[in-house]
Design a protein around this ligand. Structure first.
Ligand SMILES: *[C@@H]1O[C@H](CO)[C@@H](O)[C@H](O)[C@H]1NC(C)=O
Ligand SMILES: *[C@@H]1O[C@H](CO)[C@@H](O)[C@H](O)[C@H]1NC(C)=O
Length: 252
């Protein structure tokens, strides 16, 4: 092995710094020229029973419901683009069933909130640039995933027995061929169980399944929704712990 002289070392070092700088500039240019400001969409499902045990609501719904369709980048992108339920009138029955406001089932407040916070950002892409396109795409992806059937098919059903977390994760990851992000409620700091609450599955800009990341800023912000609505502060979903058993609660 040849020993580098000080000069050569400096030179190589400098060249790799330049290369890094170049990559950074290229990356910034790509982001700037991108037609959408987001690169992924996160389709989020709730398990109503877990949500309601945290939020003190009552729900008899025993299927995973839609929580939202969130671009990975940007929030509240256009405050003058008002939610208008007339534009999605043909979707409302289905939304009540699969995208319910668990806190306030007869209100459109949840959809309005999701539209302003996430929809107006998703709408930067031409394929989602109307309220109808945004909400119908979310419903379409929800049906395409059919998470409820997939879990049932692989025997992950609400139960009084606990599941090992990796078993749940493996079913979802293997079936869709993409890493989900699975969140749990943690009843107390050192509980020996965590409660299955939220499952996120991600799509790229062409609506192809892709791996989710463990943490995005969108989510931290999202938790503010429920807090903002005046109920007790949400204790919060967190990424499920790998080694703690999971309770997937049946309807009470
Ligand atoms: C915001 O939404 C309004 C209403 O749809 C639209 O006219 C306007 O062009 C939008 N602004 C931007 C910056 O996209
Ligand atoms: C809501 O949308 C409907 C249908 O597009 C339209 O006729 C109506 O004027 C809109 N309402 C408001 C307040 O913009």
């Amino acid at each position: 092995m040849r020993i580098l002289t000080g000069f050569e070392y400096e030179f190589n070092h400098c060249r790799s710094a330049m290369r890094l700088l170049c990559l950074l500039l290229l990356g910034a240019a790509l982001v700037a020229s991108s037609p959408h400001l987001w690169t992924k969409l996160i389709l989020t499902h709730h398990w109503p029973c877990t949500f309601c045990s945290m939020e003190h609501c009552h729900s008899k719904i025993d299927h995973w419901t839609l929580h939202g369709l969130w671009p990975d980048n940007g929030m509240n992108c256009n405050s003058s683009w008002h939610f208008n339920s007339t534009e999605i009138e043909d979707l409302l029955d289905e939304m009540k069933e699969n995208w319910p406001d668990l806190l306030s089932p007869s209100s459109t407040g949840f959809w309005k909130y999701e539209w302003h916070k996430h929809g107006t950002c998703a709408a930067k892409a031409a394929c989602l640039d109307s309220q109808h396109k945004y909400f119908s795409k979310a419903l379409e992806l929800y049906h395409k995933l059919d998470l409820n059937s997939v879990l049932t098919k692989f025997n992950i059903t609400p139960s009084e027995k606990y599941y090992p977390f990796p078993a749940i994760e493996a079913v979802i990851e293997n079936f869709y061929g993409a890493k989900p992000k699975i969140q749990c409620a943690h009843p107390s700091k050192d509980a020996d169980v965590q409660v299955l609450g939220q499952i996120e599955i991600c799509f790229d800009t062409s609506f192809t399944l892709t791996d989710c990341e463990k943490q995005t800023s969108v989510e931290e912000e999202e938790a503010a929704f429920h807090t903002g609505r005046g109920r007790r502060k949400l204790s919060g979903f967190m990424v499920c712990d790998h080694n703690t058993p999971v309770y997937y609660p049946p309807l009470p």
